[in-house]
Design a protein around this ligand. Structure first.
Ligand SMILES: Nc1ncnc2c1ncn2[C@@H]1O[C@H](COP(=O)(O)OP(=O)(O)OP(=O)(O)O)[C@@H](O)[C@H]1O
Ligand code: SF4
Ligand SMILES: [Mg+2]
Length: 397
């Protein structure tokens, strides 16, 4: 089956031109509310037969259906066209997100880690439908985000917000803080008009922003305060899920702690779920309930934070975590140095995408894609090492 899968993986069929309606709203309660129609060429990747796909979907759905999930991401793909033929049809793609499956429960935090360029931001933006969905499903609160019309999307958008790494560039320099936070609140009718100012002031207060900041402009604030404004703007829309894309990596360590604590306290009070994207594994360990590890567009390991940090199973996760400093000087961490650079997502390696850098690579890894399987309750890994037949005879490269 895996050989078939591999063959079909290389075959991109049914490239379709579809007109999708995408809102140019800057998520996080941004100031542009105009809805535009854009034509985007989408590649529909048919990498496995319909029956196999259905079987795999069901197998994975079983494991993530058990809980009550606010968000379910199933086999999500986002390919960007790289080159087109004479007729403007795409001939090659950047496989930025290439089969990602996980779920987020209400009030929980899922941390997403992985090297630069592995598709974390694209995954977050595709969940929000800021990018069209190439393949797979995004189910939020029972709604299929990928197939929603523009007006349906507009209704659901307040419930999913995004906070970006650079708070300055996501804040309009011409708007006062009160207007930045209040604009989308008014747009979506979150509170009656006459209560708007009081509501915005209460949200500012919740986010540690003094009320007299209401009249001030973003350039008058520090990076940490600007990130608080972004958080207040997102929170004002009463979201159920906030996607935090490297929200603290541009801030000083002391300010990072304040922002993380703010996010945690908001979660405790309002039951918000987070997808927390970060390079900083110690921050991810601190804030997450579950952790997903991405490599070259794919989820390679996913599970409870404690399991993932105490018992990383995938060789990539093991290498990534071996770089985290251990506070105890008596404990020597054996660092695993990854050889080579991360391959291009436009031309990923065959079989296991990590095989070109893996210190446990076997022959099978070079040709057959490992299935993302559950090996312990809630702990899923895509690696041939754990498949029954491969438990013996590992030939290190
Ligand atoms: N709009 C786009 N068009 C074409 N390629 C894109 C686009 N956006 C992202 N990519 C490509 O998709 C891949 C994943 O990018 P993405 O920004 O999602 O990675 P990331 O994991 O968030 O990286 P970082 O940690 O540096 O933020 C990269 O190879 C990137 O060049
Ligand atoms: S499938 Fe093979 S190459 Fe990939 S991570 Fe596992 S052992 Fe390494
Ligand atoms: Mg990113």
């Amino acid at each position: 089956m895996n050989k078939n899968r591999k063959l079909k993986e290389n075959k991109i069929k049914g490239q379709i031109e579809e007109t999708i309606v995408e809102e140019t709203e800057i998520v996080g309660g941004g100031n542009v509310t105009e809805v535009t129609e854009i034509t985007e060429t989408t590649a529909e990747a048919v990498d496995i037969t319909a029956a196999e796909a259905e079987a795999e979907r069901n197998a994975l759905a079983e494991s993530i259906d058990e809980g009550d999930y606010l968000l379910k991401v199933e086999h999500l793909k986002k390919y960007f066209p790289l080159a087109t033929d004479f007729f403007g049809r795409p001939t090659s793609f950047v496989r930025a997100v290439d089969d990602v499956t996980f779920g987020v429960k209400a009030g929980q935090t899922v941390g997403i880690v992985g090297e630069s360029g592995c598709g974390k931001t694209t995954m977050g933006r595709t969940v929000l439908r800021l990018h069209s969905v190439t393949g797979g499903k995004v189910i939020f609160d029972g709604h299929d985000i990928g197939s929603m019309s523009a007006s349906q999307l507009r209704k659901i958008r307040p419930q999913i917000q995004m906070i970006f790494q650079d708070p300055y560039s996501s804040l309009s320099p011409r708007l006062r803080v009160g207007d930045i936070i209040g604009e989308a609140v008014a747009e979506h009718g979150i509170v009656p008009k006459e209560q708007l100012k009081d509501y915005v002031l209460s949200i500012m207060n919740k986010c540690g922003l003094q009320t007299h900041y209401y009249e001030r402009y973003p350039h008058e604030f520090s990076g940490g305060q600007r990130q608080r404004i972004c958080i207040a703007r997102a929170l004002a829309l009463k979201p159920k899920l906030v996607i935090c894309d490297e929200p603290v990596s541009a801030l000083d360590v002391s300010i990072q702690a304040q922002i993380i604590n703010l996010l945690k306290s908001l979660q405790k009070n309002d039951g918000i779920a987070y997808i927390f994207i970060s390079h900083d594994l110690s921050v991810v360990e601190h804030i997450s309930d579950e952790v997903g590890v991405m490599y070259l567009g794919s989820m390679v390991e996913y599970g409870n934070k404690k399991d993932i940090f105490a018992n990383p199973m995938h060789p990539y996760t093991q290498a990534l975590f071996s770089a985290v400093p251990v506070p105890d000087p008596d404990v020597k961490n054996k660092r695993i140095i990854l050889k080579g650079d991360i391959p291009s997502p436009a031309n990923p390696p065959s079989g296991c995408k990590f095989h070109t850098r893996c210190n446990k690579c076997m022959e099978i890894c070079k040709t057959e894609t490992p299935v993302f399987k559950e090996y312990a309750p809630g702990h899923r890994v895509a690696c041939h090492l754990y498949e029954q037949n491969n438990l013996s005879g590992i030939t290190h490269e």
